[in-house]
Design a protein around this ligand. Sequence first.
Ligand code: GLN
Length: 496
Amino acid sequence: MAILKGQRYYKLKLSIDNNNYQEIKMITNLHNHIQAVHNQSIDIVEYTAKALEQAKAINKEYNYFTTISEELALSQAQNLKKTPTGRLAGVFLSVKDAICVQGVESTAGSKILKGYKPLFNATVIQRCINEGAIILGKTSQDEFGFGGFAVNTEIVPKNPFNKDRVTGGSSGGSAGITQKADFAHLALGESTGGSIVNPALFCGVYGLCPTYGRVSRYGLLDYGSSLDKIGPMAKTIEDIASLLNIIAGHDDKEATSATQKTEDYTKYLNRPVRKMKIGIIKDLFGDVFGDGVDENITKAIYKKIEQLESEEVICEEVSMPITNKYGIPAYYIIATAEASTNLAKYCGIRYGAADDLKSNYNEYFTKFREANFSKEAKRRIMLGTFTRMAGYRDAYYTKAMKVRTKIIEEYQHLFKKYDALISPVMPMLAPKFSELEKLTPAQHYMADIMTAPPNLAGLPHINVPIGMHNDQALGLMLTTNHFEEGKLIQIGSAIR
Ligand code: GLN
């Protein structure tokens, strides 16, 4: 794709800056917006200028972007005006910073990657661009995905319903802008241990984490390579299905990419759910976090369960003792072990931030990594290095891998009987920044008790928003067996 350069770009920019887009009425419905682009009843360049203006204004207050890719977006809009085609024609896409966009700074929320502009697009980005999507920008996140509240980074996003609260994380920026954007918008998030459903919950939007391997990881700045998944975030479940249709599918460039056939996920929308069977993971509604799960979450979820039962869905309580006891320790051992090896390549020589290479060779790496990794990244490098060290490996890493197999078995046993499992997403509603400060790192990790297990098992799961409790969004999590994203959409669309 040709990117407007030099004079041509500045001419366009000048005409945009001198214009007033007050009269433009943005179309929020994806289908209607795409149609309007296809039949050229709107000027997509003007719409893009207006969307950028809105994104900038929102960003000033909420910190959802690390970069707004204005130049790229306007170039894409210009091209689209000439050739208005594609299943995402003119839809504005916000991208988690860890997903590479060619020529746009991609740092995974880390200081160590400052200035890194990838020479290529991640497969998911290329697929969306091929379908006419317009890249709005890169979104704020916990550094390399290390966190569940999007506070372990320099640009901290704020909750769309109350700026004193967190967005959740790590894909916090993607979730926040999805709630706030007043135009046809989609976002991409990434989950290692819960980073799609968790911020989707706190920001009141849908977020679907697909089966491991369903969506290509090519071009993702990885956290834990056996755990990372890219997935869609959107205001409606229809839009989730549409974006999944585009990003799912085999990719020759990625060794763990699944070869299973994809499906048209939109076909699952509003399919009858009568006689389907859902297991309620009862251990996760109890006293899982010392003082238990917030009762407002439990009440709201059970109301939805009653609604499903009234539609003749069979709902039964189930228990997952191994998963709920060992999910968190196994996850944090495996995730940090993988992270500590993945981060070894960042030393200021090949990627991102650079330093004066004249200093002593041995001291150079220590000095550079000390200055450019945050406290949380260092904690994880140390934890992960320790658990795979000779002498400790069998006791920690190898054992955690065995536990991972047991957890997968526990899920498989349940999926023989149930179509899906239901649970809360997080034990708490969106906390305030001031409340979070009181938690220890271990308590931060414990908050992943519901989301770490499906991620360890590589299972698809979704946050379904189910209303508000004052200024805090409520939601529930559905988990299905491998490659059953369709059922998530089927049941998710039955919950209204
Ligand atoms: N909160 C989890 C962690 O810190 C999950 C984060 C993620 O999925 N990237 O590892």
